[in-house]
Design a protein around this ligand. Structure first.
Ligand code: ATP
Ligand code: MG
Length: 565
């Protein structure tokens, strides 16, 4: 392709709205343009990289025995009402009505659709196992669209759904997807970590996320400094710190006017945050739930929701609800005399001695409280892991890093097949619910993650496998006929070998062309300049600083070498 004929829309300035490297570079390299918050148009150059990622995903999914399918993005409400998710999805779902006031949504995911297909088409165990996938546009009205296509409101997802007759079959299907995902990300030039994820209170017997370690990631990944253990924060078990034995002391109610937060309490009592147990009040559907954790700890809401057996709506209670439960203003909640439907007590709190809690009386706290003596509740691990906690596999230290979730594999079990009546007849003539798994990859997010991992100050450094073009040929002076002739000759030769080449035949200074080539991240650059008088051109890898001077006869071979690495 000739760059003079292409829509090249590189930007020199860093767009103000873009905070992270991949977002900045996708705009600056002219790969996409924003249309509205969380909604982007892909420009020709960006689309090529996107399609390359899709192709890799498609090849590996096909290889794993999955069949491609394409569902509509416009989905009738009835399907979602059957599964119960019409309400559950909440404001993240784009809902709309047709001219006859029938309700629809723009699909945020497609479990319901595939379950519907399966219940209509699968009758017998002989048709199983089955795995279907699609590469299709999803819509989610995210609360905080940000970082460009990393978290957008319209995005392309590869979603696959497996159907099996039993649990062993599901395990096999799941493992195949796990392998396929590993291959996909390696081929995309991405370094990912597969981490255990929470599979929710509704069951599902396994779930893992593929994470790209990155400062700009929105998830916390917990991993062991010594063995292979890795889990996301929602799932990772924390080891309780066991305090030294103390003799139990008598309760003491202490006036603490306007002292509400742990920080304020630490100052007021002049003691460690570990001497306090905080009581947080939540609303879970129609119940008031109180959760106690040590003063310096954070509540892990996923662990709490799982302990409740699931909750559709779960949020911190408002001041009015807090007052109902504690008869006090926010900041003075405690376990003694609390009117909550459920009290969950973190196991660390249950082990503490003579600790300080809110008195359920505005302006007061109580000291020397002990679990079992003054109060009881459901005890469990309800807190987030912190750095230094022990690994559940080997006992060594855990550490925490930020990660970008690019893929997710999930054993659904019978969640949808039961609610939507998708069954098959087994070998004994009995009707059984289909056992399902679902598997997602964010295509555009993967693209952004690749750029996060592969860039420098000058621009993107595409891995060859997903680069929009493999080679850029830069004739230094387009008015120089000799140079143009050599450049065109190389262009034709490389193109005929199936190599994707662009030739920068724009009437620009060489410096400008080099800057664009770097920004756009084309893996190989061939510069055709004065050295052609000695039958030589310059060859430079985007990822390297070195310029190789190579004879024109050998340049094709040099380019080919890069594909065999
Ligand atoms: P997140 O926790 O980041 O919102 P999710 O758990 O909602 O992700 P899934 O429903 O598992 O994501 O979707 C499968 C994949 O789709 C994710 O692994 C991610 O790569 C991608 N994805 C999800 N939401 C978005 C989004 N708003 N923008 C871009 N990609 C997304
Ligand atoms: Mg999400």
């Amino acid at each position: 392709m000739r760059m003079s004929k292409m829509l090249i829309c590189t930007l020199r300035e860093v767009p103000a709205e873009a905070e992270i490297a991949s977002h900045q570079l996708m705009l600056r390299a002219g790969m996409m343009r924003k249309m509205a918050s969380g909604i982007y148009n892909f420009m020709p150059f960006g689309l090529r990289a996107l399609k390359k990622i899709e192709d890799i995903v498609r090849e590996e999914m096909n290889k794993a025995g999955s069949q491609e399918f394409l569902a509509s993005a416009l989905l009738p409400a009835e399907l979602w009402q059957e599964s119960g998710r019409w309400e559950v999805f909440g404001p993240e779902m784009f809902k709309l009505k047709d001219r006859n006031s029938r309700e629809f949504c723009l699909g945020p995911t497609h479990e319901e659709v595939f379950t519907d297909i399966a219940r209509n088409e699968i009758k017998s165990y002989r048709q199983l196992p089955l795995n279907l996938y699609q590469i299709q546009t999803k819509y989610r009205d995210e609360r905080r669209p940000r970082f460009g296509v990393m978290r957008s409101r319209e995005f392309i997802m590869k979603d696959a759904y497996s159907f099996d007759k039993d649990k062993e079959g599901l395990d096999l299907s799941y493992n195949k997807m796990y392998e396929a995902y590993k291959n996909i990300f390696v081929r995309c030039g991405l370094d990912t970590k597969c981490v255990e994820a929470d599979s929710g209170a509704m069951g599902g017997s396994g779930s893992a996320e593929f994470m790209v370690q990155s400062e700009v990631g929105e998830d916390d990944v917990v991993f062991c400094t010594s063995c292979d253990y890795a889990a996301n924060m929602e799932k990772a078990p924390s080891t309780p710190e066991i305090p030294l034995n103390e003799e139990l002391k008598n309760l003491e109610k202490i006036e603490t006017p306007n002292v509400r937060t742990i920080g304020e309490l630490v100052t007021f009592f002049n003691t460690d945050a570990k001497k306090f147990a905080k009581t947080l009040i939540y609303r879970a559907d129609d119940k008031i739930v109180a959760v106690m954790v040590r003063g310096d700890r954070e509540v892990n809401e996923t662990k709490v929701i799982n302990a409740l057996g699931g909750a559709v709506e779960f949020e911190m209670a408002d001041a009015e609800t807090v007052f109902k439960a504690t008869n006090a203003q926010v900041g003075f909640a405690g376990p003694i005399g609390l009117k909550a439907d459920i009290l969950l007590v973190d196991d660390e709190v249950a082990n503490m001695f003579n600790f300080i809690v809110g008195a359920n009386d505005t302006g007061y706290h109580i000291n020397n409280v002990n679990y079992g003596r003054e109060f009881k509740g459901k005890v469990g691990d309800f807190r987030n892991v912190v750095k230094g906690d022990k690994c559940p596999c080997c006992g060594e230290e855990l550490t925490i890093a930020r990660g970008i979730e690019v893929g997710h594999i999930f054993k659904l079990g019978t969640k949808y097949s039961t609610s939507m009546g998708a069954s098959f007849i087994d070998e004994n003539g009995e009707s059984k619910p289909l056992i399902m798994g679902c598997y997602g990859i964010g295509i555009n997010r993967t693209m952004a993650a690749i750029i996060e991992q592969n860039h420098d100050d000058n621009g993107i450094i595409w891995p060859l496998s997903v680069a929009p073009y493999h080679v850029i040929i830069v004739p230094v002076m387009i008015k120089n006929e000799e140079q143009m002739k050599v450049a065109e000759g190389l262009y034709n030769k490389l193109t005929s070998l199936g190599i994707e080449v662009i030739i920068d035949d724009r009437d620009e200074r060489a410096g400008v062309k080099f800057k664009d080539a770097d920004l756009m991240g084309i893996p190989m650059r061939i510069t055709v300049g004065k050295k052609i008088s000695e039958s030589q051109v310059e060859f430079k890898l985007r990822a390297s600083k070195e310029v190789e001077v190579i004879s024109i006869d050998e340049i094709v071979h040099r380019v080919q070498q890069e594909f065999n690495k």
